[in-house]
Design a protein around this ligand. Sequence first.
Ligand code: SF4
Length: 327
Amino acid sequence: MNKVLLEINDIRKEFVKDKSLTGKAKSVLLAVDGVSLSIHEGEILGLVGESGCGKSTLGRMIVKLCEPTCGQILFEGNDITHLKQKEMRDYRRQIQIIFQDPYASLNPRMTILQAVRAPLDAFQIGTRKERDERAAEALNEVGLTSEYLKKYPHEMSGGQRQRAAIARAMILRPKLVVCDEPVSALDVSVRAQVLNLMKTLQQQKQAAYLFISHDLSVTHHLCDRIAVMYMGKLVETAEKEELYQKPLHPYTQALLASIPLPVRDHKRKHVPLEGDVPSPLNPPKGCRFHERCKYAAEICSTEEPKLREVCPGHCIACHFDIQPEVE
Ligand code: SF4
């Protein structure tokens, strides 16, 4: 396996939702609670889970769009957790983000050429002519030919805008790209094209991706390894094929039950996920999944399961080894 590029150690993010008159926190939302994971050079790690499980917050902490409450982020072995704005400059070249909504992430007053050239302008790379040429080349790589250079975001389709956003993210040749649900706002008809484009670029540029998604059929198509999150915690991590063939956490088994048959194993019994996600302002004691888990035992409501390795590279946070049921 390649060298570790990014390492996250026991990271937490709290949001204060309500303060008393004295400024004391009355309620705190724990969006990310003690997550540790690593991403290797050139790897695509999928981060999956339901909406509100903390996966986007984790991605935003990695690109320093929000500060962790505690924990540590190492990039190429260097601690970047509390870097100041100035010190962040170098790091920003190495790590980029692609957002879910390309319309919101592109400046409506900039042409597509200007938007894609902006990172080169910020780092004063080359002459203005060279930057224009490089931006046009980057747009061409994502399938947007010269006729699009002078267009504004509102003159393009969602898929074309996301292609431009991808070109902008890749133009500095980053080592890591956080992809935050990059295809979920697109029409189904263009999703596969954009996913294939992302995979091709990743292979050409040898970048690593943290691919955040709620859709396990998308991560199956793209990722090498998968990490599953539930209510701010990692509950299962494994190589892609291992996770799809042999999910060991009841939450992962239930998530897999909701995806189309060609992706999941049809011989396995699939029990759909029931009940709502509990309030993150008041998470259940013990295992956070116990109110929705059909295997829950007494220990599950009192003792929190730690993430443990059950076989090489495959970790689960569950008190038991629950094999997938066969029909
Ligand atoms: Fe279910 Fe208990 Fe495992 Fe949690 S620890 S997933 S409640 S069996």
